[in-house]
Design a protein around this ligand. Structure first.
Ligand code: C5P
Length: 241
């Protein structure tokens, strides 16, 4: 186990895998959750389910089954609007909510979060150096992630969304405090990175200091999603041993 991981012993190992329920509606979501059974304890529900209209019904259904919920809604608006939306979300029972933006936006979110933990999106894992150049950002991806992370944490974010490639640098800059949640995770030996650009394996993400890993397509698209999830749980358990 790494020094960083050992300093955060309180997360139950099986909650470190968060499965992204990127499916078109409540029926597909419930079918996948039932199939995964006790192999998965933590789910991320995001924009597709929000747009489908079943978001809060599904959130309640997950909570009633003792699952933890990560609301990945990536709020980005003026501070007053974000604060008001976070105030509403804080009553819903999710554990995590994603926010994007500058210091004032994150401060506004933190001021209304209650028990809800605010995770700041640093740079999407689908974005690479070339994409930043096109958007007029001259920094390297890692420098931008670190810069945004420092602002987010001092503004009151509980944690950060960052790729496994930046997790080690974030830990050494920011210490053990902030949660690091890492999407763009792929099992060793897979060629299927989809639209992700900054990918790592579950073991590498955790060994680099990530607290949680988010996986969607590698589990949903596996011949047996349950077996795929159990294989990731076994890798997590072996990495933390
Ligand atoms: O299918 P896959 O494992 O690539 O899913 C990754 C999930 O994590 C998606 O739901 C995506 O929206 C989310 N995500 C991400 N990168 C971020 C933040 C969230 O891929 N920076």
């Amino acid at each position: 186990m790494t020094e960083n991981a050992s300093s955060r012993p309180s997360i139950p190992p099986r909650q470190r895998l968060i499965v992204a329920l990127d499916v078109p509606g409540a029926d597909a979501a419930r079918a996948l959750v039932r199939e995964l059974g006790d192999a998965v304890e933590f789910y991320k529900i995001g924009l597709e389910l929000m747009a489908s209209g079943c978001y809060f019904e599904l959130l309640d259904w997950l909570l009633a089954r003792d699952k933890r919920v990560f609301a990945d809604l990536k709020f980005y608006d003026i501070p007053a609007t974000v604060a008001a939306a976070v105030r509403q979300m804080a009553r819903r029972g999710a554990s995590f909510l994603t926010i994007q933006g500058d210091r004032a936006i994150i401060e506004a979110a933190a001021s209304e979060k209650g028990e809800l933990e605010i995770l700041a999106v640093t740079v999407l894992t689908s974005i690479g150096r070339k994409d930043l150049r096109e958007m007029g950002i001259a920094l390297e991806v890692e420098s931008l992630v670190l810069q945004r992370a420092k602002i987010a944490v001092t503004a009151g974010a509980d944690g950060l969304i960052a790729s496994g490639l930046e997790a080690a640098a974030l830990r050494s800059e920011l210490g053990p405090g902030p949660r690091i949640v890492t999407p763009g995770v792929r099992p060793a030996g897979t060629d299927a990175v989809h639209d992700q650009k900054r990918v790592v394996t579950p073991a590498r993400a955790l060994a680099s200091g990530a607290d949680y890993i988010v996986m969607g397509r590698p589990i949903r698209g596996a011949p047996s999603p349950r077996q795929a999830a159990e294989a990731v749980q076994a890798e997590i358990a072996a990495t933390l041993r």
